[in-house]
Every structure is written in structure tokens, then in C-alpha cells.
Design a protein around this ligand. Structure first.
Ligand code: ATP
Ligand code: MG
Length: 285
């Protein structure tokens, strides 16, 4: 039987979360990230461990069928692969930053300036779109040091909290793109591998949906029952059961993380009591 080959970062910010996602999708690996490859036991899948920079090309070439990379690498390498799923972790942004002491009035201030980056393709495209021509210097690492040692006037780099920029005396002035981990796929997958991919993506979506949602149980006074039901968005509609105590009902539903606290506040205002929030293991969507 054929296997689907997935490329995962060998070691770095994507590795652990990506392996964990597979694990939650029911795919266990024989303790493998120290090796080049490992084969799953419970699913016809093989993991190939690579540097993240190499993953888009290996997927285009068909050495791996699919891969998990940062959207930034997908954009930078501009390979002939399809982005098939966003995974929501390893979120960061790619921004232009300049020395804190500089006044910055807009992109036109970067005309003719030297910008250091590890992402020249994304940067050149952005500058061209905005009609600015700068001198793009490609560095493979420690980009944030470039202005202080005098090799650049600005940088274009990954930012998450911004603390690296601040500690290097830089300020973020333009957010060029937002990134998260994504699944990319080769464009010419065979029938059998495509079917495995569909199965894998279905499992991944169930894991992601579960982690974005919580199961909620609460006791509602019957006089406010309808109002309480109205503030809970739910999967379909909430389950309502009478409590042994007259005048009260138990309400069960599912809440999305994004709306979670707002809904909880409204529920309390409506007199809901005994609110329990429980993690969901898998959610079949
Ligand atoms: P490799 O050795 O595989 O080339 P790398 O050093 O290029 O690794 P990492 O630093 O491990 O890459 O980052 C991998 C990806 O994680 C990045 O391409 C980006 O999408 C994301 N990422 C990078 N920095 C952060 C951060 N500070 N917070 C969140 N995500 C990040
Ligand atoms: Mg890399």
C-alpha cells in the first residue's frame, strides 16, 4: 500500500507543534526526529525531516507529497505547490523596521536605502507593488544586527512579540505579511496519495476545531432560558434538560474560543450558574 510522505522541519519552531498535530490526529511515530525519516504505525504515512527552507522545493519536486512550513517560506520560495490548509500555530509577521531614532514618514523614506533581509523575494515584490526601489541585501541570519553594524539602514524580518527588534534599537514601521504554519502539497499527487491526504486533512481539521472550541455546561433559570440560548452560538442548537430543582434547566453547548469570554459575561449577567467549561478532544466538522 502506498504511503503519503510529509516533510516536517527537522528542528526549529515548527517541529514540535507539527509532530504534536500528527499525534493528535492519531498518527504516532517511532520517536524519530533525530533521523532523516520515520514511518507511522497507525496510518500509511512517512515523515521526512528537513530544514524548513528546503521543504517547498522538495514538495514541488515530489520528494515529499506534502509539507508543513511557515507561510513566509511558502511565499519566499514561490514554488509550484498548493497551499491546502492553514494550521494556526507559529504565527508571526514579516515587517520592516528602522532604527528607533529615525523619523519614519512612510515607505517613500526607504527609497534608495539598504534593507537587510532573509526574505528578499517577499520584500522585492512588496517594494515593487508600492513603487519604491531600495537596495535589498540578503543575509541568512542575524538580520536585526545589520543597522547597528552599519551594513543596512533598515531590516525586513520575522517579528512575533517585537522584543528582538526593541533590544536591537529598532522599531517596526510596516507589516508586510502575516504568517502561520500551513500545509502545502505537490500538484500532481496520485489517486491513492490524494485519498490519504483527504483523510489526513479531515483528521487535522477535527483536531484544530477541537482546540478552538470548548464544551460548556451551565444551569439556567427558566425565566431567562431563551435569552441564554440566544447568546450561545452552539454547533446546531444547545441541549436543554430540566434540573431536578424546579425552575432551572441544564444547558449544554459548544463555544468558540474567539467569542468565549464575551459569551461567558453575558451568561453570568443572565443569571447562569454552575458554568463548566470542558476541553474537547476531537470535533468532527
Ligand atoms: P531551519 O533550520 O529549519 O532552516 P529556521 O531557523 O529557518 O529553521 P525557525 O526559526 O525554526 O526557522 O522558524 C521556522 C518558522 O517558524 C519560520 O519560518 C516562521 O514561519 C515561524 N517563526 C519564526 N520565528 C517565529 C516566532 N518568533 N514566533 C512564531 N513563529 C515564528
Ligand atoms: Mg530556515
Amino acid at each position: 500500500m502506498e504511503k503519503i510522505r510529509i516533510a516536517i522541519q527537522k528542528s526549529g519552531r515548527l517541529s514540535e507543534k507539527s509532530l504534536n498535530l500528527l499525534k493528535e490526529a492519531g498518527i504516532s511515530l517511532n520517536n524519530g526526529s533525530r533521523k532523516l525519516r520515520s514511518v507511522a504505525q497507525s496510518f500509511p504515512l512517512e515523515v521526512i525531516y528537513l530544514r524548513d527552507d528546503d521543504i517547498p522545493q522538495y514538495v514541488e519536486d515530489g520528494v515529499a507529497d506534502i509539507g508543513i512550513v511557515g507561510e513566509n517560506e511558502f511565499a519566499e520560495k514561490s514554488c509550484q505547490v498548493d497551499l491546502i490548509e492553514r494550521l494556526g500555530y507559529s504565527r508571526c509577521r514579516l515587517s520592516i523596521a528602522v532604527p528607533k531614532s529615525e523619523t519614519y514618514g512612510g515607505l517613500e523614506d526607504l527609497e534608495g536605502k539598504r534593507i537587510a533581509t532573509s526574505y528578499p523575494v517577499i520584500l522585492e515584490k512588496y517594494l515593487a507593488e508600492h513603487g519604491v526601489s531600495s537596495d535589498v541585501h540578503t543575509l541568512s541570519g542575524s538580520v536585526e544586527l545589520a543597522p547597528s553594524i552599519g551594513v543596512a539602514d533598515a531590516v525586513f524580518d520575522i517579528v512575533s512579540s517585537g522584543s528582538t527588534l526593541i533590544s536591537n534599537g529598532l522599531k517596526e514601521v510596516e507589516v508586510v505579511m502575516k504568517s502561520e504554519a500551513v500545509v502545502i502539497a505537490n500538484r500532481n499527487l496520485g489517486e491513492e496519495v490524494s485519498a490519504l491526504l483527504n483523510d489526513l486533512i479531515f483528521r487535522i481539521r477535527s483536531v484544530l476545531a477541537a482546540s478552538n472550541n470548548k464544551y460548556i455546561l451551565l444551569n439556567a433559570p427558566n425565566e431567562n432560558l431563551q435569552k441564554i440560548i440566544d447568546v450561545i452560538p452552539g454547533m446546531k442548537s444547545p441541549t436543554v434538560m430540566p434540573l431536578a430543582e424546579e425552575g432551572w434547566s441544564s444547558v449544554h453547548s459548544v463555544l468558540n474560543e474567539k467569542t468565549f469570554w464575551g459569551v461567558i459575561d453575558s451568561l453570568r449577567e443572565l443569571g447562569a450558574q454552575g458554568i463548566l467549561v470542558i476541553p474537547i478532544e476531537k470535533m468532527i466538522v
